[in-house]
Structure formats: C-alpha cells, structure tokens
Design a protein around this ligand. Structure first.
Ligand SMILES: *Cc1c(COP(=O)(O)O)cnc(C)c1O
Length: 428
C-alpha cells in the first residue's frame, strides 16, 4: 500500500494551515493523503492499525471535499453568499472548516447557534432560519445578537415583536412547483401567495422590518428549474411590499436544495439566470443561499464492520454494526438509496479490496433487534465473512445528525477520522 503522507503533500500542508488551525479542526489529527491514496486505502490503514480497538463503526471526513466544493460555489454562484444549514451535519470540524473558508451559517435552534458561536463565528454571520421558533430560543437569539430570522405566519410576528423586536425578518414563501425533491419542505413551511399581503402588513404594524424573502425548493434531487419559479415568486413579494409602501426589500434567500456534481452546475445556471431576469437592475440586492447537503454529503464516508452472517441457500444475510437507527437513518428520514463496497479484513490478512467475480443477493441488517433495521436487500455482494467491512460513500448529509442510540448501539458520529486528500482524489 502506498504511504499516506508524501513530501508533495507536506508542501500542501503549508497552504492548508488556516484550515488545519481552524477552531473545530485544530487539536484533531488530520491525515494528509498523497494523490495515489484513496479514502478506501485510508480506511484500510485505520482498520489495519487499530484492529483490536473498539473503533467501529467510524466515519472519515475529507476536508479536501469541503475546500473544493467551496471553490466551486464561489466560482459558479459568485453573488450568492453561502449560509451552511447546520442541521444537515453539525460535525464541529465540518462547521469549523466552513467557517475558515468564509461561510455563514443557517441555524434552527439555540443549540445550533451555540455551537456555531463557540467556534468564534460572529453572530452577524448567522441566520436563524426556522420559521417557527419557541419563545425561549428567540430570547436567546436576541441575547447573543442573532438578528435575522424567517417567518411564515402571523403568530410568529407576535412572538418576535415581544422577545426580539430588533430582529429583521425574511418572509418564507412556499414555492409553487412540485420540484420532485425527496424531502418536500413546502409541506410544512412557507406562506401561500394569497397570505403574503396580510403577513407583510402584520409585521409592518408590529414595527418589525421585513428585509427580504426566503424559500426552499425541497431537499435532495429537486429539479433545478424550480429555482426559477421560486425566484419569480420572491420578486412578486418584493413588489407587493413596495406597493404596500413598506421599505424596499434587499435580501433574497434561495435556501438549500443543492447537490454536488453536475446537478450543481444546472442549479447554478438556473439561479444566476433567474436573478438576472427578475432582479437584473436591483443593485442593492443581497442574495444568500442555505446549502446543507451540497457541502456535507460527499465529505463523509462510513465504515462498518460485518458482525454476523447467515446463509440460506444462495441468499447471504449479514449484520453490520451501524444501521437505520444510527448513521444509516438517512434511508428512512432522507429516503436515501445507499450503496456500499466490501473491504476484506477477516478473511484475508492483506486487506485487499475484494474483486471476487461471484456475487450473491445479500441482505444487510443493522445491529438492533428491530426488523425495520434493514440497510440493503437483494444487494449483490461477494461472499463476506465476519470482521470484513462494508464501506458506504456519501454519508454526510442527514446521517449522524438524526441517529439514535436505540438498543444501546452508537453511530459513527462517535469516531470520526479526519483526512485531507489531494485534489485529484475528489469524486473517486
Ligand atoms: C434543511 C434546510 C436547508 C438545507 O437544505 P439542503 O437541501 O440540505 O441544502 C436550508 N434551509 C432551510 C430553511 C432548511 O430547513
């Protein structure tokens, strides 16, 4: 196996210093990977050096992925300020890296605000983007100077007037189109078109400033064209506010719904085009976005150990030590379709990636005693043994943030190894 750190990557370390010294990252071991080392090689090296330690399941966070995605964002959406949606993955090293790259943050609760502030991020880089907040959390936001939030009903105006009257408001609207997203946030949030004038008036009467509009087209696989329709709706709200004689709005918050890869190019094209079409001559406009999945999804890889096996005819059934109550809860809550690849450990001392041609329709169960805890069904896998490993790529979005300790099993959130690959590795 190639060595993990090369001289070439030593020189990179100098460039990466601001990130390695960022709060949330500093104090953690970061393994810099040379260009010929894959994340899977790195996982094997972890397994090899710590076979007896109780370190499974674990995740690998690749800081390079975050750096590259931030570069891509600023290149393709140069006028849109990113506010990372913390709920997607609140891992402190991820948040710290994003902060050191200049990101702002979308927080939805007191605890999320606290964790971002604990990294030394200024409160004016935080938007409290939860349209329905409890009074105690609003009071907390006021006390720490988080002064922008969203709302979509009159009840929220009352609470904000009472506990945080200096807070600026963005009216969250419900996008019209069904964007085809896996997770449709419009089912819960967003003012309807005909509710907009009354809500604007209610905020105005309460003496609150409505400075802009927000929306979310839905998370995971949304049609990029949905940004177009939603930005047009937002423009109409800007116009309604002007018609009502309210101060000119200036913030357009286009929410999340981004994924990395080629879908991002399409989304960026639609966003830029819609802004140009509908807000082209508005020089004071501030556009912000709230990407969650975009930054988190591909940055984490999950490694789980095969802890049990049953053979029934051709069928192979395996138990692994993480499941749908843990990191893999994205299968349930995020409608994720996961894929995995086997790493041999128990059966071959060399830890070679298994290339056996023969595969079996396999079921992969999580560790809890609930039959719902099934990760994969009829998934073709080579013959595995107890103590082999299954590695799941793209496991950073809506995974560790919503796992539980049901039945006494912990998730990979407890063991995170930080790596920084070289640029050529991204996408492997
Ligand atoms: C969840 C959420 C996001 C992040 O959505 P992604 O699709 O993961 O980018 C952004 N904004 C708000 C208000 C959210 O609730």
């Amino acid at each position: 196996m190639p060595t993990l750190v090369t001289e070439e990557s030593q020189s990179q370390i100098t460039n990466l210093k601001p990130i390695f010294c960022a709060s949330g990252v500093k104090g953690n071991k970061v393994t810099t990977l040379s260009s010929e080392v894959t994340i899977s090689d790195f996982i094997q090296s972890i397994i090899k050096t710590k076979p007896t330690e109780n370190d499974s399941p674990f995740s690998v966070l690749d800081l390079r992925v975050i750096i590259d995605l931030m570069n891509k964002w600023t290149t393709e959406l140069p006028t849109v300020k990113p506010f990372y949606a913390v709920k997607c993955n609140p891992n402190i090293s991820l948040i710290g890296t994003l902060a050191s790259l200049g990101s702002n943050f979308d927080c939805a609760s007191r605890a999320e605000i606290e964790s971002v502030l604990s990294l030394g991020v200024s409160p004016d880089k935080i938007i409290y983007a939860n349209p329905c907040k409890s009074e105690s959390h609003i009071k907390y936001a006021a006390s720490v100077g988080v002064n922008v939030t969203t709302f979509d009903c009159a009840g929220e105006v009352e609470k904000i007037k009472k506990w945080h009257p200096k807070c600026e408001l963005l009216l969250r609207i419900k996008p019209e189109e069904d964007s085809g997203a896996r997770s449709c946030l419009g089912l819960k949030y967003g003012a309807l078109h005909n509710e907009v004038p009354e809500l604007l008036k209610a905020a105005d009467m309460a003496g609150l400033k409505v400075t802009g509009v927000s929306f979310h087209i839905g998370s995971g696989g949304a049609d990029a064209k949905a940004y177009h329709g939603a930005i047009l709706l937002a423009k109409e709200v800007f116009e309604t506010a002007s018609r009502l004689g309210m101060p000119k709005m200036k913030i357009l918050d286009i929410g999340g719904g981004f994924t990395s890869g080629s879908k991002f190019d399409e989304a960026a094209f639609n966003v830029n085009d819609a802004i140009k079409t509908h807000f082209g001559n508005d020089e004071d406009l501030v556009v912000i976005g709230e990407p969650g999945r975009y930054f988190a999804e591909t940055a984490f890889t999950l490694a789980t150990k095969v802890i049990g096996k049953r053979v029934r005819g051709e069928m192979r059934e395996y138990w692994i030590d993480d499941g749908i109550y843990g990191t893999l809860n994205n299968i349930v809550f995020d409608y994720a379709i996961v894929k995995c690849m086997p790493l041999r450990f128990g059966s071959k001392p060399e830890n070679v990636i298994c290339k056996d041609p023969k595969t079996y329709p396999s079921t992969v169960f999580g560790p809890t005693c609930d039959s719902v805890d099934t990760v994969l069904k009829e998934y073709e896998l080579p013959e595995l043994k107890v103590n082999d490993w299954l590695v799941f790529p793209n496991m950073g979005a809506y995974t560790t943030s919503s796992g539980t300790n049901f039945n006494g099993f912990s998730s990979s959130a407890e063991h995170i190894h930080i790596a920084c690959s070289t640029p050529s590795l991204v996408g492997r």
